[in-house]
Design a protein around this ligand. Sequence first.
Ligand code: CA
Length: 616
Amino acid sequence: MVSRRSFLGLLGAGVGALAAGRALGQGSRRPNIVLFMVDDMGWQDTSVPFLRRNGQWVRTRLNARYAGRTPSMERLAAQGMRFTEAYACAVCSPSRCSLMSGMNAARHRVTDWTLGVDQANRLSTSGEGLRSPRWGANGLQPQGTEKTGSCQPPWRVDAQGKYYQPTFGAAEGAYAYNLSVPFTNALAFPELLRRAGYRTIHVGKAHWGSGTPKSYKVQATPTSPGADPRAFGFEVNIAGAERGGPANYRGDAQYGNATNADFATPGLDENNYYEDDVFLTDALTDMALREVRRTHAAEPDRPFYLYMAHYAVHSPLDNARAWDRSRSDSEEVARDARNPNPNDGLAWNATERNYATLIEGMDASLGKLLDLLEELGVADDTLVVFMADNGGLSVSGRLANANAPLRAGKGSCYEGGTREPLIVAWPGHVAPGSVSEEPVIIEDFYPTLLEAAGVPLPAQAELAETPEGVYADGPLRQVLDGASFLPVALGRRSTVRSDGAARPLLWHYPNKWGEGPAGKAYNYYSALRLGRWKLIYQHSDQSFELYDLPTDLSESRNLAAERPEEVDRLRREMGRLLRERGAQMPIVQATGAAVPWPDEVSLPAASAAPGLTLRN
Ligand code: CA
């Protein structure tokens, strides 16, 4: 056993080796990697502060609201680095496809959430005088996928009604598909980890390639290769498929299978989860712990990659209180009274309380995983990354200000839609209790995790190409837009760019958020973060909004009319990136023409456009 002191000495040598160009992991055991991904979690839905002001932590009223509810996040933050300006996309599939492919959403074109195979109505969403382009509504597909072929669905049900997974790649009983709406191929990083010797374990929500929203108890029909996480390099798939949410969190409802509900969670009809009414978050955690134990017992020297992708804290929010039945409603209400809503002083409604217990259940899962890593003696060899896939919901029964001090929430162009609580912990490598204010984005995870594993990035020639004919403008080549933030996490650099300059972060959503409210904030926009500035380009009226984030994190003062020079500089950068990444613009219904690039709009008219008023 290496002592702490000599271990740190070794670490110093390791950092020197890294600086000399050697990848981490070479010459020694590769680290285990746990990516703990939460669905639809807001930046402030935790007792851990993520707001920095003048180099100091600001404890918000939402942080106070979650006091005592997220001790495991506090534990992880104490072990590692908090990134206060980490971003994802505003809805699920774009984020998850950027994670897997390293591509920005403008490039991979899976710009909205995916679901059914060839679901043409997902292509024709319209509103505000616009309609969507022919985006990648069949989602992300594994390298080599053609428009026609055959594959197994991720799940089938046997004669006794029990779930099983067909042998991956087996021809017998395979489903013939003929993909008529677009999709995007990618060489995913879990495939590269698998090739490098990792045991790759997928648990929970995938939501990459299209499949069927129906319960597999009713039908196991139309599917695409990308519906199965195993198509992207995962050796083990627990409960993952094309679906983007749970039907029901309750075990006694069989996670929706009792009523064959759409979105019923597959593959959890074992270990008495139904009989014991085990909450979905706990069932997934239990399956993950079992798999990690099994991997460690069978192959203790083999590194593993665990993608712990909870369905929590996605809606439905109506049955979530079951997670902790030890507390009564009156206790919850009393707790609310001590920590009122940060905006209007009122107590939270039942939906908010249900949401908060989903957060608690998620945090308890994180604690169990951290405990297991310590019990197995592998905590020091494991990189743990905590992230969420889009901002907290601020519609559908939740408060419009649910992400205060950020504006709006899931689906929107504002910070409430995209800013996420990112924590990176790796004992002996990442300084305990450290912080970075460097802006990072979800496509950065691909190169970051591969660098941590000591696995070289693939050369351009090895990356995937989507065949001719899938998109009208030719084949789509995978390009890694992300940049590794590992040097930042290791304390070797303060910024992702080695020259210290700010780099542009781009969001592109030429779609209408089907489940969201009407309005520009949630539909048809591009946004650019560059240094302190955030520029939003509203496709519907081709207007701009400019915000100075350090002084106006809530994006309440549109400076576009006052600072036309900044609008012009940022819109040119936005236009350059959109063109370079092959972005699809929405179509103006009246003319059939594409919405112009942001730098083609006449600026005086644009800067004179009124600021957006969001109903708050
Ligand atoms: Ca989500």
